[in-house]
Design a protein around this ligand. Structure first.
Ligand SMILES: *Cc1c(COP(=O)(O)O)cnc(C)c1O
Length: 399
């Protein structure tokens, strides 16, 4: 997945441009910057590639989620539905604005189960936030139908699936708002950075102002700009945006490489009895950043994962035991361990996750192994990996 694997001259030239002009900030200094507006350029490229009217760059994917929620007017005590399998940024962004993360089971798509989502809706629910983990997407049409029925916002976290599509639309563009991360390990990277996309002009303007201290960005005298509402600083720097300008042009090339590598691995595993693959919803096309598969039992999956590690097959993940990506290890969340006092809406509104039943999620995650798909593998390396993977899994599953 990581775009940094293929850094080259284009990235260096973009950064050099910024250093030559000397303006490292994305706003102001019009005279000095010699026509270099890297953040604006990348916003235009992201909006075009994702077929949305607007894109707002931000300092991270976590910031993008936070700003997206703010831009849509979500706040204290509102409930946001999110999956049990995700990255900690999901609940961090929700808590950051005083809202309440409502954890909901996943299904064999490894993302939100629409049936469980509908059951979790209360009068306080405002947002459904599917997270397209490990290169593939949630059942978006079912989730959209639920959002329409209950008048909820659909916010797509497409941080791990950039370049994938659903019903012909780029992931992130199907919902009301979509978010991407350009952190160092994502398919395309800015070092640190993120973006939100939307076709809603009001959300876009809110995001644009909010992420820069509430500046309305009217005219060309930054000091004289008005502040229609309170904001914060979630800006990206020109240096980071410059790297992204080079990387986004390579997105399709990266996806094509991932698809090729993914296909070799998948073909090898297809012949192994007992292996099944993660379900991709109808109408969906993955971005191929991971190959995700199920083994018959939790015990066999643990055994296979251990054997893969012992054989030196790197970057195979067993998320069920992972510290970051699965609810079982989120003790800082379930115990509400905060540095300062939290808003009382959160303290009183948080479900008791210490006793919650996510056995449906456990049944899938306990049997899931994900292999990262690297860009830098040679043809020979991919083939060797495929053979090892298939042999080790077959050995493990042998009766
Ligand atoms: C990486 C990631 C984020 C957060 O992005 P950062 O840029 O690292 O803040 C959010 N959600 C998912 C699913 C991610 O993988």
């Amino acid at each position: 997945m990581p775009g940094f694997e293929l850094f080259g001259e284009a990235e260096k030239a973009q950064v050099q441009d910024v250093l030559d002009s000397g303006v490292l900030m994305r706003y102001g200094f019009d005279g000095m910057r010699n026509g270099h507006w890297k953040a604006k350029e990348l916003e235009k490229a992201v909006a075009e590639r994702m077929q949305t009217k607007y894109a707002q760059l931000l300092s991270s994917g976590t910031a993008a989620l936070t700003v997206a929620l703010q831009a849509a007017g979500i706040g204290a005590g509102d409930e946001v539905i999110m999956p049990t399998f995700t990255f900690v940024a999901s609940f961090e962004s929700i808590l950051a604005i005083g809202a309440i993360p409502i954890l909901v089971d996943i299904d064999d798509t490894l993302t939100l189960d629409p049936v469980a989502v509908e059951k979790a809706i209360t009068p306080k629910t405002k947002v459904v936030m599917p997270v397209h983990m490990c290169g593939s997407m949630a059942d978006l049409s079912a989730l959209k139908a639920i959002c329409l029925k209950y008048n909820l916002l659909l916010l797509e976290d497409a941080c791990q699936a950039i370049g994938g599509t659903y019903e012909g639309k780029p992931l992130g563009s199907y919902g009301d708002l979509g978010c991407f991360s350009f952190d160092f390990v994502k398919t395309i990277t800015c070092g640190e950075g993120g973006a939100l996309i939307t076709n809603n002009e009001v959300y876009y303007k809110h995001a644009d102002h909010y992420s820069d201290h509430g500046h309305d960005h009217m005219g060309n005298d930054r000091g004289a700009e008005a502040h229609p509402f309170l904001g914060y600083n979630y800006r990206i720097s020109e240096l980071n945006a410059a790297v992204g300008c080079a990387q986004i042009k390579r997105l399709d090339e990266f996806i094509a490489i991932q698809k090729e590598h993914y296909s070799v691995l998948r073909n090898a595993l297809t012949g192994v009895e007992g292996v099944t693959f993660r379900r991709v919803p109808e109408g969906g096309v993955e971005n191929y950043s991971f190959l995700n598969f199920f083994l018959p039992t939790e015990e066999l999956t643990r055994k296979a994962h251990k054997a893969l590690g012992a054989a030196g097959v790197d970057a195979c993940f067993y998320w069920f035991d992972n510290n970051w990506h699965y609810y079982r290890k989120w003790e800082h969340l379930t115990g509400l361990r905060t540095l300062g006092k939290f808003p009382h809406e959160i303290i009183h509104g948080m479900p008791n996750y210490e006793t919650a039943d996510f056995s449906k999620s456990d049944a899938w995650m306990g049997r899931t192994i994900s292999s990262l798909v690297k860009l830098s593998w040679t043809k020979q390396q991919v083939e060797q990996r495929a053979e090892l993977l298939a042999n080790i899994i077959a050995d493990t599953l042998k009766p």
